[in-house]
Design a protein around this ligand. Structure first.
Ligand SMILES: [Cu+2]
Length: 124
């Protein structure tokens, strides 16, 4: 009688241990899903700057610039070799997307604020 009672308690402890481990594992995988959302790289255009100012991607990837600088107008204008590649409209809100097909270094600025500078490095 007494023996059976003890093993019954032990069984509950083991079951509780397993279910706790299951919850922890479920939590972990949930966080991973959020962390490695693949998506395409995004440059935030805010506070008179591009963030990140320097971005490295692979050929074929697409970059999206999100304009949200509290009503300040900006654009994305390529410099040098990137001049014919990058050219967005002047925007206060919204986004500009460009797919980079050729490896290289693409520098850009804002035509209204030449101090704003950004670079996209495209690798093979
Ligand atoms: Cu600007």
């Amino acid at each position: 009688m007494l023996g059976r009672g003890k093993s019954w308690v032990a069984g509950i402890v083991v079951a509780a241990g397993i279910s706790t481990a299951g919850v922890v594992a479920g939590c972990g995988s949930g966080n991973q899903e959020v962390a490695d959302l693949p998506g395409s790289p995004v440059v935030e255009v805010a506070n008179m700057a591009y963030a990140p100012a320097m971005l490295t991607i692979r050929a074929g990837e697409t970059v999206t610039w999100n304009f949200d600088d509290r009503g300040v107008t900006h654009d994305v204008t390529g410099i040098g070799a990137a001049k014919s590649v990058l050219r967005s409209q002047l925007m206060r809100t919204g986004s500009y997307t460009h797919a980079f097909t050729e490896p290289g270094t693409y520098e850009y600025t804002c035509s209204l604020h030449p101090d704003m500078r950004g670079t996209v490095v495209v690798t093979q």
